[in-house]
Structure formats: C-alpha cells, structure tokens
Design a protein around this ligand. Structure first.
Ligand code: SAH
Ligand code: MG
Length: 211
C-alpha cells in the first residue's frame, strides 16, 4: 500500500483519478518494479499530478525515475465550455490552461521532486524519439481518437518484456465515457499479441508485456 501521507496528498490534488483506481495504479507500478528492476517509468497525461503521486510513490520505492509527460495545456474536454473545464487552472496572463505550476506544487508537497521529472511537450512526438526501455507505462493523456491512436503507436514498444502497461478511462459502453482508450489503445494492445490483461479496477486496465 502507498504511504498514507502520500495518499493524502494525491487525494487533495485536482484531477481525475478515483482513490481505488489510484491504489491499483500504485500496485501495478510496484509490480513493474519487481518484474523489471531498475528500468524507469513513464506516465502520459499528468494534469495537476494526482495520478503522478501514486506512480511516483512506487517509482521512489523501486529506486527509479518517473518521467511525467504532458504539454500541460489540457485535453479537449478540459477546455472552456467542455465538461471537465476548471477555470482555476487557466493562466490569467495568457487566458490558456497551464497545469504545470499545479503539477510542480503537487510534487513538492509529496516530496517527490527527486523521483519525478516533468517532460513538457506533445506525447506522441516524445514517445516516437524515446530511446530506452521502461518498466511501466501509464497512458491517461488525450482521449480523442487521433491522440489515443498516436499515443499507443508512440509508446507501447518501449515497455520491456514482463513490464506493465496501464490504461485509464477504458470504457466499453459509450454511456460511461468515450471509447477511444478502449478502441485505440486497449484493444490494439491485446490484438498485438504483446500484452495480456492482469487486472481491472474501475476504468483502469492493467496489462503485462508477454511478447
Ligand atoms: N492523470 C491525471 C489526468 C490527466 S488528464 C490525473 O490523475 O488527474 C489528461 C492530460 O493529458 C491533460 O493534462 C492534458 O494536458 C494531457 N494531454 C492531452 N493530450 C496531450 C498530448 N497530445 N501531449 C501531451 N499531453 C497531452
Ligand atoms: Mg483519466
């Protein structure tokens, strides 16, 4: 289980990770660290750092770095007029969303600044030029079809054999949420033959690399 103090920090942070799914995410990252010791971890889509605290706690305990990838400009559904808009993350000087200061503040409060490194930019471009194998990949970035497809294409090969690939917001019924993470990430991962499913908690699907 995650350190209770860190869990409190996560639960006090703005974002979209329910507590039970965060706990499952922590377990998944710990498993990755046991299966593939000493390889670093990647999160795609950090927002204000809520999920990052659970993954970062596991990375610290495994002695590896967590690279937290986000352009910090918010997803489509975070923009003004959309369902998940929060005006407190808009930078008044530009009128645009900027979650990086919130993310940095969360890492400071969690004491994770030595473990977690923010990588600010477009996730698909960053993934395409990523040069090392990783033990753990968590994709929770843009939920549009093109972005989800590009994230899968850019990142999944970096997961080492026996490593763990976790995907958030996997819904199979459009009444529960958009289908892009299911159809553009989860299904292609299984259909590739490279991953098998090991657990489901809410909308969090945890896969392990097997080939
Ligand atoms: N994991 C977070 C929620 C992430 S929300 C939590 O626990 O609360 C999705 C994030 O993905 C947003 O912060 C958005 O800026 C980021 N994002 C969306 N599309 C992106 C892209 N193409 N490149 C980088 N980041 C992206
Ligand atoms: Mg999510």
């Amino acid at each position: 289980m995650i350190d209770p103090g860190l869990r409190e920090v996560a639960l006090a942070t703005k974002g979209f990770m329910p507590s039970d799914e965060g706990d499952a995410l922590f377990d998944a990252a710990m498993l990755a660290g046991r299966n593939v010791p000493s390889l670093d971890m990647v999160e795609v889509g950090s927002y204000c750092g809520r999920s990052t605290v659970w993954v970062g706690a596991a990375a610290r305990s495994c002695g590896v770095t967590l690279y937290a990838v986000d352009h910090h400009g918010g997803s489509e559904e975070n923009q003004p007029g959309w369902e998940w808009f929060d005006d407190t993350v808009v930078d008044p000087s530009t009128g645009r969303i900027n979650t990086l200061p919130f993310f940095n503040d969360t890492m400071t409060r969690a004491g994770l600044t030595d473990t977690v490194r923010a990588v600010v930019g477009d996730s698909a471009s960053l993934g395409a030029s990523w040069a090392s194998k990783i033990s753990f990949l968590f994709i929770d970035g843009g939920h549009g079809r093109e972005i989800a497809r590009a994230d899968f294409a850019a990142w999944h090969e970096h997961v080492a054999h026996d490593g763990i690939f976790a995907i958030h917001d996997v819904f199979t019924d459009p009444a529960d949420g958009g289908l892009a993470p299911y159809e553009e990430i989860y299904l292609p991962a299984l259909e590739s033959g490279k991953f098998r499913e090991i657990s489901i908690t809410g909308s969090l699907r945890v896969l392990q690399r097997v080939a």
